[in-house]
Design a protein around this ligand. Structure first.
Ligand code: R5P
Length: 296
């Protein structure tokens, strides 16, 4: 069956994956009418074909309608299968009603995507209270990880890393990464005060307090940046080198990047799940391999 790759928002991974797997890239016109409504037109013959739509779901509210229209249009035109590859999957953090009456957006967003697409592949979704995407997605899903790609970057670049997870949720990434590259790790304690305010405390680092170590903060997401800023600044009065911050998903809201660059930080490294100037870790081969081996 012939496969055509699309990207409504020109994600560079659509081009690199198509190139790597020798898939055709499709054409879709997308624009807004003067009143803000969406115009979308698929100009390829998609009958009987598998379509892969590759777009990250950062800034999801403005992207969701065009995505749903794309899937519905492709189905009407006779596509046999429509797969969404969302290198970054949105709305995973509201996984609980913290206060009565709150919108459980993770579940409703999953329902919307499940109603339009046949399957979903993503990278390191924020699985915290949900242990698997199957708890909220009714279509087959496949989760890929940035761990191998980050591990090989660390092995090639850093002599003596000390991995740091900024909060308990990050332990899953930090511990498996530490095991893979055989280095020590610590997990900090974080209390979230508000959307943009966090308090972090550092456990005893005495045994690693030596300039030969480079602290490497590893998290899934940098959003407001406050988690990373707080965590990096905790190393100011230590003998350790300036920390490197690694995140899988470069969400970077508003002034985050500028503020983070001013912190006690050596550099910021992200994967290209979301396009940003800090992208260093290329996810092309992980996703291409996922398509080849897919089990959906
Ligand atoms: C939280 O549970 C996540 O793993 C990240 O630590 C968090 O989303 C980062 O957010 P921010 O950059 O806004 O502190």
């Amino acid at each position: 069956m012939k496969t055509i790759v699309y990207s409504l928002y020109h994600h560079p991974l659509a081009q690199s994956i198509s190139h790597s797997l020798q898939f055709t890239q499709g054409h879709c016109q997308l624009r807004s009418f003067p009143d803000g409504e969406t115009y979308l037109r698929i100009t390829d013959d998609v009958r009987g074909k598998k379509l892969i739509l590759i777009d990250s779901l950062d800034r999801p509210d403005q992207k969701i309608m065009p995505l749903l229209y794309f899937a519905k249009t492709a189905k009407d035109l006779g596509a046999s299968e429509i797969q969404l590859i969302a290198p970054y999957l949105a709305y995973m953090r509201q996984d609980k009603q913290f206060f009565p009456g709150e919108c459980l957006s993770s579940r409703y967003f999953a329902e919307l995507l499940s109603s339009a697409f046949d399957s979903l592949i993503t990278i390191d979704p924020h699985l915290h209270r949900y242990k698997s995407l199957n708890e909220i997605y009714t279509i087959p899903t496949q989760v890929e990880h940035a761990t191998n790609a980050i591990a090989s970057w660390l092995q090639q670049t850093i002599n003596q890393p000390l991995l740091i997870g900024p909060d308990k949720e990050s332990k899953q990434w930090v511990s498996s990464l530490a095991k893979q590259i055989a280095c020590p790790y610590l997990v900090l304690d974080k209390i979230r005060i508000s959307d943009v305010e966090v308090k972090i405390s550092i456990p005893d680092i005495n045994q690693y307090n030596h300039p030969s170590y480079t602290p490497i903060l590893v998290d899934d997401i940098i959003s407001s940046g406050h988690t990373m800023i707080e965590a990096c600044n905790h190393f100011i009065n230590t003998k350790l080198q300036k920390p490197i911050a690694i995140a899988v998903h470069a969400l970077f809201s508003n002034a985050t990047y500028a503020q983070l660059s001013q912190a006690n930080i050596d550099r910021i490294i992200t994967s290209n799940s979301i396009t940003h100037e800090t992208n260093t870790i290329d996810m092309t081969s992980t996703l291409a391999q996922a398509i080849i081996n897919e089990d959906l």
